[in-house]
Structure formats: structure tokens, C-alpha cells
Design a protein around this ligand. Sequence first.
Ligand SMILES: *[C@@H]1O[C@H](CO)[C@@H](O)[C@H](O)[C@H]1NC(C)=O
Ligand SMILES: *[C@@H]1O[C@H](CO)[C@@H](O)[C@H](O)[C@H]1NC(C)=O
Length: 303
Amino acid sequence: MALATEGLLASLSALALMIAAWASPVAGGRPADQLQILWGQTQVLNDGNGDQTIELMLDHAMGSAFKSKTSYLFARIDVDIKLIPRNSAGTVTTIYMISEKDWKTHDEIDLEFLGNATGQPYTLHTNIFANGEGGREVQYRLWFDPTQDFHTYSIVWNTDEILILVDGVPIRQFKNHWDAGVPFPVYQPMRLFGCLWNADDWATQGGRVKTDWSQAPFIAYFRNYTASGCAPTAGGSWACDQNPSGSGSSSGWMDRARGGGRLDDDVKQQQQLREVQGKYMIYNYCTDEKRFPNGFPKECGLA
Ligand SMILES: *[C@@H]1O[C@H](CO)[C@@H](O)[C@H](O)[C@H]1NC(C)=O
Ligand SMILES: *[C@@H]1O[C@H](CO)[C@@H](O)[C@H](O)[C@H]1NC(C)=O
């Protein structure tokens, strides 16, 4: 439990710094201001409204990726994504937040869109790593065709919980149960990555359906990236964005950390979460008895 204590102490002092630095906004702006292309064929398109769209491309030679210029310790990230249409089998489009310092104890929050054959549904695969430990897969169908239009995918990460939202609807909640000995990301800053790659050895129908390279290049579009949170400054302290005004629990992030607007206090969002889990969840590690014959991970039994 040394780790638990260390993490908590680090988190408390980070939180104190954050609150001290409350009023200095950091992020805000257009995708190209905050996202940086990492590799592959990508394009930044400007439309008439001054909005920018990033295209990630995949062909036989390589995929492509971007990352946020800033890393955050607690944040809310929203990005609008339009996925590869028609035959996207074998491809995986992802956004994820990850800590970069120590792989053994790394934290990570994943949203992976697993492509499919024409007319077959995408799977949204999510996972959460804390203190180097993952294996917390939950998968969903979407209630719309994610290739027809842009939809907003969000990660809210604060000291109470991690929420994953689709068009403002919470689909997954992972609570901070450090007090019960379940690791939770609290002391390592994470950066956002977006990536498009080939994973036809496993992604689609268990790897049976391969990427059809005659359809390449495959293109996924990302638009309207916004991030607010606490970011390290050059001086070694932290600066936090102000919570979006008039936010309430649906768009705030720090509210929740201050105990003011957790999902547990929001009846409507709790209802939405239950509805999505009932109708659209297709896999949950917490109910996979075959995988855990000797009992489920601890967090599965905690409310
Ligand atoms: C692809 O479609 C098949 C058939 O509808 C479905 O079983 C599968 O879960 C879908 N998604 C993936 C990633 O294979
Ligand atoms: C971009 O995102 C912000 C906040 O998430 C939202 O208010 C705005 O309507 C979005 N803009 C577009 C063009 O979708």
C-alpha cells in the first residue's frame, strides 16, 4: 500500500497547487494550436467557419497519429470524430490519454473504434489502466452510424472519477476507489493521442475479417478538439483552466473534483448511463466469469 499512499499524497499536493493556480487559463483554441501531428499522412483542413479538421490516413505503408501539445493532470477533453465509412474492417481509430514517464506504473484511458465490414457495426472498445494495470475492457455498440457525421467523444478525468461520454451521454464511469486499494490515476499527467492504424490480426470479428487494401487510403476526421484541465507550467507548478461557465455536471470537470457535481449527484446522467449499459454494452470484464474464475477484480464489487 506504499504506492497508494504515495499516489494520494501526490494527488493532494497537486490539487492544492491547482486550486492555488485556479484563475490562470491555459488551453483553448483551435485544434492546430493544441494538437501536433506525430507521423503518417495527415492533413489539417480549414473550413469557412475558421474551424479546423484533422484527417488521419491509413494506407498499406503506415497509419498516422497526433498528440496534444499539453499533458494534463485531471482534464476534460472533447473531440468530434467522423469514422471511416463503408468497409473499415481491420482498422482501429483511437483516442487515448496516457502518462508517459514510467511504463510499469503508467495510467491510460482508451477509446478504440474497431472497424467492420460494410454495413456491420463498429465496436467502441474502452479500457482503463491505473498504476500499470489494465484489463478493464468494456465494449459498446453505438446508437448511430458514426461514419455519417461527426459525434462528440469526451473524457472527464478528475479526482473522483473517470467518465467517458458520447454526445454528452455518459457510457462509462470508473470511480476512484483508492481508499479500497484499487489504483486510480491521480499523480501522473496524461497526454491525449489520436491514432489510426491497422490491426487486422485481431480487431474485426476476432481477426477473421482483414483490411481490404484496395479501399485504401482509409481516412478518419477529427474536429473541434477542446481541452480544459490542469497543466504543468514551465516553472514546475500547475495552472488550471477555469471550469466552463454555466457548466453544471454535463460540461464541467473540476466541479466534480470539488464534490459539487459528481455523476452520483446527477440523477439524469445516472439514468442515461444505466440505459446505455443496458442497451448498448456488449462486453464488460466485470461480468466475464470465464476470464475471472477465481473472482472478479475488486472494483467490480464496489458501488
Ligand atoms: C462486426 O460485425 C459483426 C457482425 O455483425 C459483429 O459480430 C462484430 O461484433 C462487429 N464488430 C467487430 C469489431 O468485429
Ligand atoms: C465545439 O465544441 C464546443 C464545446 O464542446 C461546442 O460548444 C461547440 O458547439 C463545438 N463546435 C462545433 C462546430 O461543433
